[in-house]
Structures are given as C-alpha cells and as structure tokens.
Design a protein around this ligand. Structure first.
Ligand code: CP
Length: 308
C-alpha cells in the first residue's frame, strides 16, 4: 500500500518524482477556468474520502478541487459527524472506509490516529496534517521555491518562530531534498531533536541560531507560521506571543537575508503577529503561489499513491 504519511518516510526518488510531476501537471493545465477537467482523467471513477478533525480552508479546497479536476469524486467528512468521533475505533473506521473509497486523506490531531488509519486501511492514506507534521504543505513549498528560483538543493532555508508541525516537515524536506536548514526561535519552542538529527544524518546542515538577524544571513528562503497552532491551548497564547515577538518576519529581518530571498507562510497568517503585512504583500512573498501549489502538489501525491 502506497501511503503518503510523511516526507522523512518517503523515498527521496519518489519525492523528487512527485515534485517534477506536480510541475508538469501545473504546466499542462495552463490558465483554464477552475472547473475545467484536466485533459487526462487519472482519477476517473475513483472516490476519495477527505476527513477533517480540525478546521481547514486550503487543504479542504485543494484536495476537493484536485480530485474533481482529475475526474474523481470526493466525500468531505467531518470527524465529529463520523462515528469515529463517537467511540468507533480508528481501525474499524479504516476497514469500513476501505470498502467504499479508493483513497483516504485525513487531517487529525494525534499522529497515532494517522498511523492506525494507514495500518488498517486497504487503500492509500494521505497525511493532511497532524499535530506533529504537515507533509503536503511542504511538498507545495518545495514546488513553489523551485518554480521561482530553480533547484532547492544546496540553498539555505530559515524558519523563524515556533518549531511546529509545518517546521517539522520542512526539516524532513531539508534532509530529503538536500538543502540547509536554520531554526530561529525561543528554546522552549525548538523543533524536535529527532527531526534535526534526521536532517543531519542525510548530510545537510540543520542549525539553531537564537538571534533572528544572524539566522537569516545568507538565507534563500525565510518561512514562518502562526504562533499558536490549532492543537495548542489558547491559554498559552499570551506567553507564546511574548516569546515569539522577537521572531516576527518584518522588512528589517528580510533585509538581512539574500536580496533575492523569498518569503513563505503556509497560511492562515496572523498579520502583524508572525509576519508584517509589508512582507506578506511585498515583492519577496510567494504566499499565494504557495497556496495554489497545494493543488498541483497534492495531485501528484494522489497519483503517486494510486499509481495512476
Ligand atoms: N496551510 C494549511 O494547511 O491551510 P488550511 O489549514 O486552511 O488547510
């Protein structure tokens, strides 16, 4: 079964093939109206379950649209509405869903839920975000960087802020795609040591620099994300804001990076918290391409999972 669960557990050659496929899929589509089917219909007669136990705008819309453009159909399911939210086990849900659909995408809280779904499903499962990782987002980010600046291998990518689930998948990508990674943020919000070690084992630099101005020196790409993730308690909001304020991405920080450095944010953004509007809307920002590229990258992921 070809699941897409994480970047660090997917072969480098498969990741590269998916990014290259995503670029071709995007180019082949051109600039036609959004409802126009893709010329080839690789998901014709396929049914895809999209399960959301957390809110979503981009993941929901891009998967739903991507399946439809490829000729398939979707069932968008809320975790609360399924029996899964009322005591049925993940394993039993996986077994039942596998009798009805050809592919499952799940956005959930615990990583264990994703893995249990994959273990018991007899169709491919895609990670649409857990508390720990967000691989589909980072596939879109790699696609976005490369379409603007060419190969990401050998570049320096800096994450400023909370070492959260999106940051984790970016560190995995550093190891798998061969770019150097620097984290800058407060020590209590460091990314997991396991991820840093993974990247280093692949032969890339994975560093921590507490001074954000020093961290972004020589950066080709600066990335940030919300200071309070969906699974973080709201009671932590004030403390996190105080801890993270020095790591805001603003024009002064971007000026310390390379002149042609790009800025990315997976969105939704909290303008003038983790990033200023001047940067979000400025010439180095590629956040709208990044959002759109969820569609193209995930089409490549789904095709890879289904072998079509
Ligand atoms: N970046 C991202 O996953 O967006 P959504 O939470 O809107 O899906």
């Amino acid at each position: 079964m070809t699941h897409f669960l994480d970047i660090h557990t997917t072969a480098k050659s498969d990741l590269r093939a998916m990014i290259d496929a995503a670029r071709r899929i995007k180019e082949a589509r051109g600039d036609v109206p959004k409802g126009t089917p893709d010329r080839d219909q690789p998901l014709k007669n396929r049914m895809v379950a999209l399960i959301f136990e957390k809110p979503s705008t981009r993941t929901r819309i891009s998967f739903d649209l991507g399946v439809r453009q490829m000729g398939g159909e979707t069932m968008v399911l809320s975790g609360a509405d399924l029996q899964l939210g009322h005591g049925e086990t993940v394993a039993d849900t996986a077994r039942v869903l596998s009798r009805f659909v050809d592919l499952i995408m799940i956005r959930t809280f615990e990583e264990a839920t994703l893995h249990e779904m994959a273990e018991h499903a007899t169709v491919p499962v895609i990670n649409g975000l857990t508390n720990r990782t967000h691989p589909c987002q980072i596939m879109a980010d790699v696609l976005t960087y490369e379409e603007h600046r060419g190969p990401i291998a050998g570049r320096k990518v800096v994450w400023s802020g909370d070492g959260n689930n999106v940051c984790a998948s970016l560190i995995h990508a550093a190891g798998q795609f061969g770019f150097d990674f620097t984290f800058t943020g407060p020590q209590p919000l460091d990314p997991e040591r396991e991820w840093i070690d993974f990247a280093r084992c692949q032969g890339v630099a994975a560093e921590t620099e507490r001074d954000p101005a020093k961290a972004v020196e020589g950066a080709d790409l600066v990335v940030t994300d919300t200071w309070v993730s969906m699974h973080d308690p709201q009671s932590a909001r004030e403390r996190r804001h105080n801890q993270l304020r020095p790591y805001q991405v603003n024009e002064a920080l971007m000026a310390r990076a390379k002149p042609d450095a790009l800025f990315m944010h997976c969105l939704p953004a909290h303008r003038d918290d983790e990033v200023t509007s001047a940067v979000m809307d400025g010439p180095q920002s590629v956040v709208w391409d990044e959002a759109e590229n969820r569609l193209h990258a995930q089409k490549a992921v789904m095709r890879w999972c289904l072998g079509v």
